[in-house]
Design a protein. Structure first.
Length: 173
């Protein structure tokens, strides 16, 4: 492996770029980020499902995402990273994301197919009022939903009893 390949792999794991955000939205993957926060918002790890990418009213590149509760996935040590209610819809400034780890595989599903009490049902596929401009927004159709369900079924069938879900493997890096 060349030094430039090692460098590129390292940079790609750390940097959240516009291209990577848009790719994740298209592929409907979850992402694990380290959010630097600010004087009000705690810094720490977050598990997010990015649904939209655009410019905030202040002109900052932002991601509208659904932040998952890490304890739902057995990641209890990361469950205190945020001081607000989770799971919930959140806005993340791109310049405050210092680490970005994509989680390929089944992730986001069409919010309209979820139970009535799931907060993701509030996703607006037509835009985001908190953004001046939307560069990318998740698109869902019946094919996407069926493909995601088929992938989840296939992953469950290939998983051995007692084996952790494959998308947890990124924590071992």
């Amino acid at each position: 492996m060349k030094l430039t390949e090692v460098y590129n792999d390292l940079i790609l794991e750390v940097a959240a770029t516009r291209e990577r955000v848009m790719k994740v939205i298209d592929k409907k993957w979850r992402v694990v980020i380290y959010y630097e926060g600010d004087p009000i918002i705690n810094k720490g790890w977050r598990i997010i499902e990015p649904y939209a990418f655009g410019l905030s009213k202040a002109g900052n590149p932002v991601i509208r995402a659904y932040q998952q509760d890490p304890s739902k996935f057995g990641l209890y040590k990361y469950a205190t990273a945020t001081d607000t209610v989770i799971p919930a819809w959140k806005m993340f400034r791109l310049d405050r994301i210092s680490q970005w780890r994509e989680v390929p595989g089944p992730g986001m599903v069409d919010p309209q197919t979820l139970p009535a009490d799931d907060k993701r049902r509030f996703f607006n596929p037509n835009g985001d009022k908190s953004m001046l401009k939307v560069f990318k927004i998740a698109k869902f159709d019946k094919y996407d939903y069926k493909q995601n369900q088929d992938q989840q079924t296939q992953n469950q069938q290939s998983q051995k009893p007692g084996e952790k879900k494959k998308w947890f493997q990124f924590w071992k890096k």
